[in-house]
Ligand binder design. Structure first.
Ligand code: AMP
Ligand code: MG
Length: 307
């Protein structure tokens, strides 16, 4: 009997937690009293069914924010919020957050992870970087390797590249025919919907840099001995397909920005503005999820730790 009561309580709590989680993909409606928040991240969310024109998003945008130094305290504040909320998410141990990062080469995926997640407890966070699939991975359905890395309850998972490569590089380089990659948009939407139903909040960021900015970043990788390890001659080959990649990103983002797993197109020529937008979006999303420390065992007030 006692066991049945507690399992009923558990499913009630799980339902409440899932309801909080389903509001999390429009966090400004939950946590911001007077929209728009600063930075104005909701404007970068691609509303479901609207499509996106990347040429219409200015990669140099930084609103009224002037320079890195000016946003440092604000960025630090959002990092602290993320660290505190992550501790709660971990303790609550019911839901998880999956962040997808996609960009052109040099777009800033690694830098975002380094700067936004500084201070987060590594025990509650898992970064997965996806390269060209191994022989074993290629022998499975395309989602197989990604599904295994979806964060378990309590965890934040970061995908540095993701299942979206299978409708991006795969399409642009003609690795499979269109009748194979095109149906994947629907498969991806179903996958993300299924994750959401089991308590995973999914947020996707496209870091939007310009072609000129990529040139500058590649040149600096070539010139700086400490950055050369990051340079790959393949980046120069991929760069030639810039327009094809833009078309592939536009269609992928437009076809898969949903209520349960929205895309944000983040201006990313200014690294500090990119970090600020992403940190705020993540902090507000976690706050809207409202993770809670579990209730302590009963009767703790009476307990004394013996000498
Ligand atoms: P990097 O992120 O710079 O280490 O590069 C990883 C490389 O792996 C990129 O060139 C990606 O395009 C490639 N890659 C990632 N996922 C896939 C995939 N599913 N199929 C083919 N290439 C991929
Ligand atoms: Mg690279």
């Amino acid at each position: 009997m006692a066991e049945r009561t507690s399992s009923a309580a558990t499913s009630r709590e799980t339902r409440a937690a899932t309801a909080r989680q389903s509001r999390a993909t429009r966090p400004e409606q939950v946590v911001v009293a007077e929209p728009p928040p600063e930075p104005d991240y909701p404007r970068y969310r691609v509303e479901p069914g609207t499509g996106v024109r990347l040429a219409g998003v200015d990669p140099d945008e930084s609103e009224h924010f002037g320079r890195k130094k000016d946003v440092a305290p604000e960025l630090a504040r959002h990092r602290d919020r993320i660290a505190d909320l992550q501790a709660r998410l971990y303790a609550e141990n019911r839901r998880s957050l999956l962040l997808v990062l996609q960009a052109m080469d040099t777009g800033g995926k690694d830098g975002t992870i380094k700067h936004v997640f500084r201070g987060v407890n590594p025990q509650g966070c898992q970064v997965s970087s996806f390269k060209a699939p191994s022989v074993e991975e290629s022998a499975h359905d395309f989602l197989w390797r990604y599904h295994q890395r979806v964060p378990s309850r309590g965890m934040i998972g970061i995908f540095n590249r993701s299942h979206y490569e299978d409708v991006l590089v795969v399409r642009v380089k003609g690795l499979v025919p269109e009748e194979v990659w095109r149906p994947r948009y629907a498969v991806i939407n179903q996958f993300e919907q299924a994750l959401s139903l089991s308590g995973v909040t999914v947020l996707k960021f496209y870091l939007h840099i310009s072609r000129d900015e990529q040139k500058r970043r590649l040149e600096s990788r070539l010139a700086d001995p400490d950055k050369r390890w990051k340079f790959s001659a393949n980046d120069l080959r991929e760069r030639r397909y810039w327009d094809d990649y833009m078309a592939a990103f536009e269609e992928a983002i437009g076809s898969t920005s949903t209520d349960v797993a929205p895309w944000y197109v983040v201006p990313a020529n200014n690294k500090w503005y990119r970090n600020l937008v992403i940190a705020r979006t993540i902090a507000d999303t976690l706050e809207a999820m409202d993770p809670r420390y579990p209730a302590p065992e009963e009767g703790l007030d009476q307990l004394r730790v013996e000498d």
